[in-house]
Design a protein around this ligand. Structure first.
Ligand SMILES: Cc1cc2nc3c(=O)[nH]c(=O)nc-3n(C[C@H](O)[C@H](O)[C@H](O)COP(=O)(O)OP(=O)(O)OC[C@H]3O[C@@H](n4cnc5c(N)ncnc54)[C@H](O)[C@@H]3O)c2cc1C
Length: 386
């Protein structure tokens, strides 16, 4: 393991000189695999984000990128395979069985470990979701291989064909790069929204290889008795929001924090918060952005009264555009902001809201004018033609 300051490029593995040798039984392991996670007929988007990253690793290593599906047979699953190809997979390996309709650790672990034993990949990636974390741990321990959880960057060292898995450590104050020289596959989980979505290329195709699960229901210890949907399904979808207005301790009170909601409503944004704001009780825990909260990747992230501690930054530095508002011109958030407003957020937030409202009203008026003009023009054209 090697460590660097957050934001810096990962250090070359310091352990080069005392590198453990690869166990010869793994010498022929080749290929990058990405598990396509699905639930209730939907693929988790992190799987496609990983497919994009897997494509880069596979290209660097000059090997195939394989999508792994553990699912019931049927058209929905076939659709998942087509999507996997569109997002960059070269091949799809499918373990198909009606027993795999709902996630259960034991049959999924069995399916994935058997696939690995038969086809010997060198890298296996999963989403750091509830399901992915559960499965990755049991697969890694069953196969007795290494697993790096919650990675934020994945690269390869071509010399040893080793995966360089980087992730925050020591409470987010350092980034460490973890390598596994001895065993294969090298496993890693990555949090949703850390990697960008790859291009979707409709019509891309590849082979689908289907294998059987090889288990019967009476061999599976856990039973799914009933599916109870999450009561909080309407909770904020921060991780997938295009616009986020986030507030921190600098806003001073719950009432002031509520000012964010007005701006958020105007621009159709979700409200985010620093941990300090969540701890103060101004925002719900599911709105926390950062190392122990959500990782977000919006087009616009407005940070008001947030200092920009590293534990907050790791959760939002993938944003396309950051606008920071802070009274302190030396606040660390300005180091990563594209635009900075030095001043009191309690005055600047309402001013921003008014400015956005004015601009949006202008845009709406222009759009309406264009819409009313178009049929009139068509009418003119028709009559001339007649
Ligand atoms: C293991 C660990 C995990 C953590 N995980 C997270 C995490 O997931 N997310 C997270 O956010 N933090 C996390 N933290 C906490 C993090 O270290 C910081 O303490 C926290 O982010 C600070 O929140 P803040 O920026 O709102 O508050 P502060 O650091 O107190 O900053 C407040 C800022 O507001 C500015 N300000 C004051 N008044 C105004 C005003 N009127 N207008 C504009 N600006 C003003 C100040 O200049 C200051 O920069 C974690 C810490 C640890 C140790």
């Amino acid at each position: 393991m090697s460590a660097t300051a957050p934001g810096a490029a990962p250090a070359a593995p310091a352990a080069k000189k005392r590198r453990a040798a690869l166990d010869p039984k793994y010498a022929d392991n080749r290929g990058v695999w990405v598990l396509v996670e699905h639930e209730r007929g939907q693929v988790h988007p992190v799987s496609w984000e990983l497919m994009g990253q897997g494509r880069k690793l596979a290209d660097a290593l000059e090997v195939e990128l394989t999508a792994i599906l553990i699912a019931p047979p049927g058209e929905v699953t076939q659709g998942f395979c087509r999507e996997a190809f569109a997002y960059g997979a070269d091949r799809c390996r499918l373990v198909a069985d009606p027993l795999l309709a709902d996630y259960r650790n034991q049959p999924y672990t069995h399916a994935l470990t058997e696939l690995v034993r038969s086809h010997k990949p060198e890298i296996l990636l999963l989403g750091a979701t509830t399901q992915g974390r559960d499965l990755a741990g049991s697969v890694a321990t069953t196969l007795e291989t290494g697993l790096t959880a919650d990675c934020t960057r994945l690269e390869v060292d071509l010399e040893g064909r080793t995966l360089l898995s980087s992730r925050p450590t020591f409470g987010g104050s350092l980034m460490c790069t973890i390598v596994n020289h001895k065993t294969r596959p090298q496993m890693a989980t990555v949090r949703p929204r850390v990697m960008p979505m790859p291009e979707h290329r409709e019509g891309r195709e590849g082979p689908v290889e289907v294998s059987a699960l090889g288990l019967t229901e009476d061999q599976i210890a856990t039973k799914l008795v009933e599916f109870i949907p999450d009561q909080d399904r309407n909770q904020p979808q921060l991780a997938f929001a295009d616009f986020i207005v986030a507030g921190g301790r600098g806003l001073g009170s719950a009432d002031n924090f509520a000012q964010l909601t007005a701006l958020a409503r105007t621009i159709g944004a979700e409200v985010g918060a620093s941990r300090a704001a969540v701890h103060a009780g101004w925002a719900e825990p599911e709105r926390q952005v950062g190392q122990s909260g959500k990782t977000v990747r919006p087009k616009l992230y407005i940070a008001a009264g947030i200092s920009g501690a590293v534990q907050h930054r790791v959760g939002m530095e993938g944003s396309d555009l950051v606008l920071a508002i802070n009274t302190d011109p030396l606040a660390p958030i300005f180091q990563i902001a594209n635009y900075g407003l030095v001043g009191n957020a309690l005055e600047l937030l309402p001013a921003l809201e008014r400015a956005f409202q004015k601009k949006l009203a202008q845009l709406r008026a222009a759009r309406q004018a264009a819409a009313t003009e178009r049929p009139a023009k068509t009418g003119e054209g028709d009559s001339t033609h007649a």
